[in-house]
Each structure stands twice: as structure tokens, then as C-alpha cells.
Write a protein that binds this ligand. Structure first.
Ligand code: ATP
Ligand code: MG
Length: 343
């Protein structure tokens, strides 16, 4: 069926590397290729070699290797020609209602395998999208076919999986990747692809991808394709983030100009660069990479808090111009405070 077809296309297609997105081209093929969560990997490796694989539940933020880990495990468990008959993968593009449990999952799990000892594997990627009903139905299916089928549930949010399912599985949390883990992998790709990148560019990619390896590879690929050279500026521009220098300017205007000119200059920059106020605030909030005068540092925290509030108000959709003017005003109120408190 088409469900099995998906599996075949992701895991067995010959790696014709030319036009492949790098996240696929450099998807780890074996458990050894994965760069993080060594404890999880060795535990799974042990389960496999002792032939005692339990039902699994992988959870954690995007791009941390959950799907890659189960695909690599499956590749280790099954020979290529067994794959289609032994592995069923369902992902977000498949229906997540109860019908999929009563239909494809049930029929896959209940079909006997003629030649093979050992169990079949059902991978339920993005299982947090399953309805409650489906999860409840699944729990009986898991129980009934434990003899010859293992389930691997994958999700971002553990809380969306009903407790009865959680307790049937061995849980593994895939945390965000650390820069130490991401950088060597990125360097490998950079070398393979002959990328021209500056140290600042690398730093920007790592900062912006917040432990999500998929995002880091996507940023690397799109920036180098769009701009050739990967620098801090091209990374920020490519991802639609305001540049560090833009942020520095905005803060400088808020702090050092009168209200009207600060407001107008920010507005002009916003229009020129197509920046959203929300993005500007996020940037200041996230990176705080502007060198403040020491006195300002004291006020950085309340300022950031204020930014945070503004971001929420923006999200609820008030006019940007009104928000911009209140941002400038608030900033300048803090400035007055700093000035009056200055020794
Ligand atoms: N631990 C890792 N080691 C090496 N590469 C990784 C790792 N984690 C992620 N990647 C890279 O990121 C891509 C996406 O990883 P994967 O699909 O396994 O993430 P995921 O945890 O399933 O994310 P999501 O929750 O969004 O489905 C992979 O193709 C691979 O290139
Ligand atoms: Mg995944």
C-alpha cells in the first residue's frame, strides 16, 4: 500500500545525492552515524543484540534524531528485502483517526509472517497527532500482538500520549543537540559540500537552530545556495532575521534619539528591510548580542521583560505602528529612569 511505499522511498532509495535536501542526504544511516544521545543509542543497540526490543516511545523537540534512530534500528533489524513486509511506518501525512488503527495497523500486525522468526515493527511517527480514540484502540492492538509486533511511537509532546500507552512503552527523551554535537556534523557537511563559511556564520547557524539539527542543515543549505558565502549576515538575512547591526541601530535610536526621530527611523528600517516588529523583538530578546553600556546592563532585564510583553501583545494582533510607538516610549521611559538614577 501507499503506507509501505513511503517507507520504501525514505529508507531504501539509492542515495542519488545531487538534488537531495541535505537533511536527507546526510540522514544518519546506521545507529553509529547518529551524533547524540549515546546512552539511548547504546541501550537500543543492546535491546536489538539481545533480541529483546520492547515497545518504544521516543519524544523530544524536532530535528533531534528520533525518526533517524528508529529508521537506523529498522535497517539493522531487517534485511533490505524483508523491509516492506516487516516494517510499517505511519507519519503525519497519514490519517490519524481510529480507522487507521482498525485498518492498516491491525491488518499489518495480525498478518502472520511466513518465513521469519522475530517480530514486525510498526513505526507511528508523530503519534501525538493521533486522536484519543485512536490511542485507546491502539493500546488493545499493542497488547494483543505483542507476541509478533513491536511498536515505536514518536512524538514531540509526551503529554499528548495517553498514560495507558506510555506505560506500555520504554520511553526515551531526545533532548536538543548541544553546539559541541552539532558543529562537527555541520563541519562534515561543509567539507563534503565545499562550503565557504566564516566562524561567525557557523555561530549564527548554531544560535538560530537551537539544538535542532534539521534546522541547522536547512539554514546551511539555503544560505549557501542563496548567497554562496555563509557569514553571519547572510545567515540572518536568509532566515529573515534582522541583522545584528540593525538591532544595534534600533537600540541606539531608542536610547539616544528623541521619540519622533527614533520612531521614524525604526519605521523606515522596518519598511526598507521588510522586518516585522515581532522579529525585531524576538531577536533582541533571544540574543541580547548588543554591547550595552554597563549602566544599561542593569536595566537589561526589565527591558527584556518588557519586550516579552510586547511580543505577546503583537501576537494578539494590535497595529504594529501603535506597538512600535509604545515600544519606543517604554524604552525611553527606562532611559529617563537610568538617567535619573545615574550617579
Ligand atoms: N542525532 C543526530 N545525529 C545526526 N544527524 C541528526 C541527528 N538528529 C537529527 N539529525 C539530522 O536532522 C535530520 C532530521 O532528523 P530526524 O528526522 O531524525 O528528527 P526528528 O527527531 O524525527 O524530528 P521531528 O520531531 O521533527 O520529526 C536528519 O535527517 C539528520 O540529517
Ligand atoms: Mg521525525
Amino acid at each position: 500500500s501507499c503506507l509501505v511505499g513511503y517507507m520504501a522511498s525514505t529508507s531504501k532509495a539509492p542515495l542519488q545525492t545531487r538534488n537531495l535536501p541535505w537533511v536527507e542526504k546526510y540522514r544518519p544511516q546506521t545507529l553509529d552515524d547518529l551524533i547524540s544521545h549515546k546512552d539511548i543509542l547504546s541501550t537500543i543497540q543492546k535491546f536489538i543484540s539481545e533480541d529483546k526490543l520492547p515497545h518504544l516511545l521516543f519524544y523530544g523537540p524536532p530535528g533531534t534524531g528520533k525518526t533517524s534512530t528508529i529508521l537506523a534500528s529498522a535497517r539493522q533489524l531487517y534485511k533490505e528485502k524483508e523491509f516492506n513486509s516487516m516494517v510499517l511506518e505511519l507519519n503525519a501525512s497519514d490519517d490519524r483517526g481510529i480507522d487507521v488503527v482498525r485498518g492498516p495497523i491491525l491488518s499489518f500486525a495480525s498478518t502472520r509472517t511466513i518465513f521469519k522468526k522475530g517480530f514486525k515493527l510498526v513505526i507511528l511517527d508523530e503519534a501525538d497527532a493521533m486522536t484519543q480514540d485512536a490511542q485507546n484502540a491502539l493500546r488493545r492492538v499493542i497488547e494483543k500482538f505483542t507476541e509478533n509486533t513491536r511498536f515505536c511511537l514518536i512524538c514531540n509532546y509526551l503529554s499528548k500520549i495517553i498514560p495507558a500507552l506510555q506505560s506500555r512503552c520504554t520511553r526515551f527523551r531526545f533532548g536538543p543537540l548541544s553546539p559541541d554535537q552539532m558543529i562537527p556534523r555541520l563541519e562534515h557537511v561543509i567539507q563534503q559540500e565545499n562550503i565557504d563559511i566564516t566562524p561567525d556564520g557557523m555561530k549564527a547557524i548554531v544560535t538560530l537552530s537551537t539544538g535542532d539539527m534539521r534546522r541547522s542543515l536547512n539554514i546551511l543549505q539555503s544560505t549557501s545556495m542563496a548567497y554562496g558565502k555563509v557569514t553571519e549576515d547572510t545567515v540572518y538575512t536568509c532566515t529573515g532575521h534582522p541583522l545584528r547591526s540593525d538591532i544595534a541601530n534600533i537600540l541606539d535610536w531608542c536610547l539616544n534619539k528623541d521619540f519622533t526621530s527614533a520612531y521614524n527611523q525604526i519605521l523606515e528600517l522596518k519598511t526598507l528591510k521588510g522586518l516585522a516588529l515581532h522579529d525585531i523583538l524576538t531577536e533582541v530578546h533571544l540574543h541580547q548580542h548588543v554591547d550595552f553600556h554597563t549602566l544599561w546592563q542593569i536595566f537589561l532585564f526589565p527591558l527584556l521583560l518588557m519586550f516579552h510583553l510586547f511580543r505577546h501583545r503583537l501576537a494578539s494582533g494590535t497595529s504594529e505602528k501603535i506597538q512600535l510607538s509604545s515600544m519606543v516610549a517604554a524604552f525611553q521611559a527606562v532611559r529617563e529612569l537610568v538617567v535619573s538614577e545615574a550617579p
